[in-house]
Design a protein around this ligand. Structure first.
Ligand SMILES: Cc1cc2nc3c(=O)[nH]c(=O)nc-3n(C[C@H](O)[C@H](O)[C@H](O)COP(=O)(O)O)c2cc1C
Length: 365
């Protein structure tokens, strides 16, 4: 019903805002602190200009790129996000099927609302497991073993959540996982009956990866003990590709490269962790200069159009990941809405390439 109304990421957000309970919308949309970091990254992104070049034959354009050894049909994938099923029942699987169709990586969060095994299956192998180090690390390394058994060949270690950031918008609504439904939340759900009837009746979304013997997980548990030894241990036990996500500093990037990390994802976690973090799109260019031309760099945070995607590549990214906008599209129009927004982003990216006289995002030698 909401489909065919999505012509931009902002359309998806506006429709999601109408449909989702305030508590859920503010959890997804919210940012750390006052939200200044998010606004600033958007401003910086908007201020980056793309230089048009004329009279270049751009009739045949391709959005194909390579990510590690795989060909991806699109220059963007799905960033790992916890509790996606809050945007609608089956959202995780919708994202997995999208990853399979489009041959792009799906980030499967430690705190996903669907277990990692059905997700890699639905994604037809196009899934990377995202790891949060937590507590004393015992459960964390059990998850790594489990990901290996499930057939994952790429793991993403997220390092920008030493403590879960304070996001006042979700805190004001009493957002907790698992849900606690008091009078305030009850009222919120009652005023959003479409969501409540489908999502709550489908069963309250759960953190599905923790249904594992001997593992108690608390979303707000401190991740503060993770250090360079944790990374070395992970490197030693993980034979596949290792990506470190949430890096904003050139010295850190160089040290990670030196430790045998296969790729870095430059990100400020969608501005959800540290309000005062530098604008990641600017750090991307600096990190590219530090690590050299051939080292794989991925980017996420604040991508809201195909033009933004092209800008991230222009700043040195080899691949990009989309975050909350995909959840908004699902909230707005289910699987159709998701595909619709995806098509918008694909078309925007291709048209942008045409306008700037480029046929591809892969640098032509
Ligand atoms: C609702 C939500 C949940 C998220 N959960 C995770 C997570 O579990 N693990 C992780 O590494 N990043 C998580 N992220 C961050 C995303 O992977 C990504 O860095 C961010 O959303 C990109 O910014 P954008 O939303 O502005 O595109 C989450 C983001 C959102 C919006």
């Amino acid at each position: 019903m909401f489909s065919r109304q999505i012509h931009s990421c902002e359309d998806a957000r506006r429709l999601a805002k109408k449909r989702l309970p305030w508590m859920v919308f503010d959890y997804m949309d919210g940012a750390a602190g006052e939200g200044y970091g998010e606004v600033r990254n958007r401003q910086v992104m908007q201020d980056i200009r793309l230089q048009p070049s004329v009279l270049i034959n751009v009739e045949h354009r391709s959005l194909d790129v390579r990510v590690f050894d795989h060909g991806a049909k699109r220059p963007f994938g799905v960033s790992p996000m916890g509790m996606c099923n809050l945007s609608g029942p089956g959202a995780d699987l919708m994202l997995a099927r999208l990853a399979a169709r489009e041959n792009v990586p799906l980030g499967v969060s430690t705190v996903a609302s669907t277990a990692m095994e059905p997700l890699i299956e639905a994604a037809e192998g196009n899934a990377w497991f995202q790891l949060y180090f937590s507590g004393d690390g015992v459960g964390t390394f059990k998850l790594v073993e489990r990901a290996k058994t499930a057939g994952y060949d790429t793991i993403i270690l997220t390092v920008d959540v030493a403590e879960v950031g304070r996001r006042p918008r979700e805190l004001r609504h009493g957002f907790t996982m698992p849900f606690k439904i008091g009078p305030k939340q009850f009222m919120d759900f009652a005023l959003h009956p479409r969501w409540s009837l489908t999502s709550l009746f489908a069963g309250k979304p759960q953190m599905a990866n923790f249904d594992m013997p001997g593992y108690e997980f608390d979303r707000t548990e401190s991740r503060a003990k993770a250090d360079w030894n944790t990374l070395s241990r992970l490197r030693d036990m993980w034979p596949g590709k290792l990506v470190v996500k949430g890096v904003l500093d050139s010295d850190d990037a160089l040290a990670l490269k030196g430790t045998g990390v296969d790729a870095i994802q430059v990100s400020s976690h969608g501005s959800r962790q540290l309000d005062s973090a530098p604008a990641p799109i600017l750090e991307l260019a600096k990190i590219r200069a530090a690590v050299g031309a051939d080292y794989p760099l991925f980017y996420d945070t604040g991508l809201r159009s195909g033009e933004d995607v092209v800008k991230a590549y222009a700043q040195g990214a080899n691949f990009t990941f989309l975050g909350r906008v995909l959840q908004f599209a699902i909230a707005a129009g289910g699987e159709e809405g998701l595909q619709e927004l995806w098509n918008v982003l694909r078309s925007e990216t291709s048209i942008t390439l045409a306008q700037i006289g480029q046929r591809s995002l892969i640098t032509e030698a």
